[in-house]
Design a protein around this ligand. Structure first.
Ligand code: ZN
Length: 152
């Protein structure tokens, strides 16, 4: 098992790579849902577009500006969640929130999103990393569902 500092180094590389070369950056032509938000503490802005194909998140894209962590978190999200079911996206959302906000260990379902684990040590930066996820939580459920209702 490698040392903690080596893991920190690897995480930093993933975050820098995604902030410099973001995936799925831009707007979708006809998104099913859109959410827009900001983190005034840091000046981060994210716009999230999402297209559903039945229960599947067929396309995700984000636009915005801000610090490396806010933009890398959104980029990692679009990469991890494109093509997954609504149920899996919900599980990944919960796992991200657990890791970043509740101090939990990273779950296997996170994949590359585990790179954000180091952010949990810095509460001010957690707001940066959570911006895109908070937006997603707001548009993940069908509009007729009440928030918090879990069917799977
Ligand atoms: Zn930020």
């Amino acid at each position: 098992m490698a040392s903690a500092s080596l893991f920190d180094e690897l995480y930093r590389e993933v975050i820098l790579d995604h902030s410099r070369n973001p995936k799925n950056r831009g707007r979708l032509a006809a998104p099913t849902r859109t959410a827009e938000g900001m983190n005034p503490v840091c000046g981060d802005e994210v716009i999230l577009d999402l297209t559903f194909d039945r229960e599947c998140l067929s396309c995700l894209a984000f636009d915005g500006q801000g610090c490396a962590i806010s933009q890398a978190s959104a980029s990692l999200m679009t990469e991890r969640l494109t093509g997954v079911s609504r149920g899996e996206a919900r599980e990944v959302c919960l796992a991200v929130r657990s890791m970043l906000v509740q101090g939990g260990e990273p779950a296997a379902i996170l994949g590359d999103l585990e790179a954000l684990h180091g952010v949990a040590k810095f509460p001010v930066r957690v707001k940066c990393a959570m911006l895109a996820w908070t937006l997603l939580e707001g548009i993940l459920e069908p509009e007729e569902y009440s928030p918090g209702g879990r069917s799977s």
